[in-house]
Write a protein of this length. Structure first.
Lengths: 128, 399
């Protein structure tokens, strides 16, 4: 098995599967990987509390391999409840570490989940 | 605790060893382990085992002479021997340096031709049609005055389509071109009668037909000699004189015997109409999927297809993801070729059908075996539908 137990768990029982429908998302980030045509989508709900923009809800949808699905789900878990500034600082290494490691040839998958989150934050800032 | 069932539907990748095969092999590991080249009694007995097995398999293929069968270390080795051995010998004797193959061969053939390009050969890859069938006219149009070898697979390993190899063989033979077929997916499943065929070289493997892994064969017509050309093939490895000098290495006696037994059982299963039983399961499953799972389609020709191969495509979900979801339910399938499922690139076979990258990643191969029941297939239908629904919920392409 090329994937560890945690990756398999996040793949088979992913947390925060989207889309955000009730009231709609405040912003969406979409990334397409150029090499394997995987698609990563992150939906954000943001609340302003004590002068800070907090991610109150976050969901994802991914088309791709097990590593792509597991790592985007992990991105949403890591970002939930964080401020936009904190969420922006999440790296692909953070995601891979939280998943207990990814096979080297699939390390780039965690990159795209992070990129989709940053794209969503960028789109939120543009609109608000 | 509920015991999970396991349904093995990857019989185009490999099969279990039939207990009857294992039974005949076992004593040749534990009791009679003599080297067939030894002159003592144990050696003489194992020599007889090899020659009896060779005769049995030669008869099964309707080969003229048992010595036309060479035992090898597997299908890949047979393909390499046939292609490298013929191309190099024919080129050195100035017969030409042009080779023809298809664009959806198994890696064992495709990568051997890639290597020959580096050795200075010219290779034409003839495309297949959108249903995964090679057209004889396309092969004919690719033939040049310096063409020395044509290699086309009998049955495709990913989508199970059956190729018109006998027609291509007849065409090649009429033009004095050597014809090789990788028959790994066909041997023991489709009757092959070499007495009525123009095939010059044929590769087969034991582990796809309930025989042992690590054993194959190469059929060489007239031991690799043709009237007009003479000796057209040379060995690619060198050592002692085993297998008529073509494949030096101490013979794998138990596996050779196991291969012969597997062939005998294959013939028996034909008499018992096992192919027809699997074909009914195949057709019922395909029909059910196309009617009950939205955005599903069949890869490859619906009827010119191996009786146990089901190759499907489900829009908006990756084949690898679906495979792993089914595995969790105890159902073992493949995305295409077992050899390439750890390699993330889209399948060259599916791309050859004219599908884009994304379609090539959405494929799933289900291959039935003799232990699979109607009930297993019913269970698989339900689980397949469930897993697809779960994955489509995760896919951004569905909304």
């Amino acid at each position: 098995m090329p994937y560890n137990e945690k990756v398999m768990d996040y793949f088979l029982n992913p947390k925060n599967v989207g889309p955000i429908v009730n009231g709609g998302a405040d912003a969406i980030g979409k990334i397409k990987s150029s090499d394997c045509e995987d698609l990563f989508k992150i939906y954000l709900k943001v609340k302003r509390m004590k002068n800070k923009d907090i991610i109150s809800d976050i969901k994802f949808q991914t088309y791709g391999c097990a590593a792509a699905i597991a790592s985007t789900s992990m991105v949403t878990v890591l970002a939930k409840g964080k401020t936009l500034e904190e969420a922006e600082k999440i790296t692909k290494e953070d995601v891979a570490k939280a998943l207990g490691g990814l096979p080297s040839e699939q390390m780039h998958c965690s990159n795209f989940g992070v990129d989709a989150l940053r794209e969503a934050i960028k789109n939120y800032r543009k609109a608000h | 605790m509920v015991k999970h069932r396991r349904i093995y539907l990857d019989n185009n990748a490999t099969t279990s060893i039939d207990p009857e095969v294992w039974k005949v092999m076992k004593p040749y590991y534990l009791k009679n382990y003599g080297n067939p080249s030894s002159l003592h009694s144990m050696g003489q007995e194992t020599r007889k085992v090899i020659e009896d097995s060779r005769k049995k398999i030669a008869d099964f293929l309707h080969a003229k002479n048992p010595e036309e069968i060479i035992f090898t270390g597997g299908g890949t080795e047979s393909d390499n021997m046939a292609i490298l051995g013929t191309a190099r010998k024919m080129k050195r004797e100035n017969h030409g340096n042009h080779l023809i193959t298809s664009n959806f061969e198994h890696a064992a053939v495709q990568n051997t031709f890639k290597h020959l390009i580096e050795e200075g050969f010219e290779v034409t890859e003839v495309p297949v049609d959108s249903e995964g069938i090679i057209h004889v006219e396309d092969i004919e149009n690719a033939i040049r005055s310096n063409t020395i070898l044509i290699s086309v697979m009998y049955v495709n390993n990913e989508i199970g389509t059956i190729q018109p190899v006998e027609e291509i063989a007849a065409l090649a033979d009429s033009k004095g071109i050597i014809f090789h077929t990788d028959a790994v997916q066909a041997f023991g499943k489709i009757p092959i009668n070499l007495s009525e065929s123009k095939i010059h070289l044929l590769s087969a493997s034991a582990h796809k037909i309930y025989g042992p892994k690590g054993l194959g064969l190469l059929y060489m017509r007239n031991k690799g000699t043709l009237p007009k050309i003479g000796q057209f093939i040379e060995p690619i490895i060198f050592g002692g004189g085993h297998e008529f000098g073509m494949r030096p290495s101490t013979e794998n006696v138990p596996e050779i015997l196991g291969f012969a037994k597997a062939v005998e059982l294959a013939e028996k299963s034909w008499a018992e109409k096992e192919p027809e039983r699997q074909k009914l399961l195949r057709d019922d499953f395909i029909k059910w999927v196309l009617e009950n799972i939205p955005d599903s389609s069949l890869n490859g020709h619906p009827t010119k297809r191996m009786y146990n191969n089901i190759a499907l495509r489900f829009k908006h979900i990756g084949g690898e993801s679906l495979l792993l979801y089914l595995d969790k339910e105890g159902i073992e399938v493949s995305t295409g070729s077992a050899c390439s499922s750890h390699f993330k690139g889209p399948s060259h076979v599916i791309l050859a059908l004219g599908l884009k990258n994304i379609g090539a990643k959405e494929s799933l191969r289900i291959s039935i075996g003799k232990s699979i029941t109607k009930e297993d297939m019913e269970y698989t239908k339900i689980k397949l539908k469930e897993c697809i629904a779960r994955l489509r919920k995760i896919s951004p392409l569905t909304n």
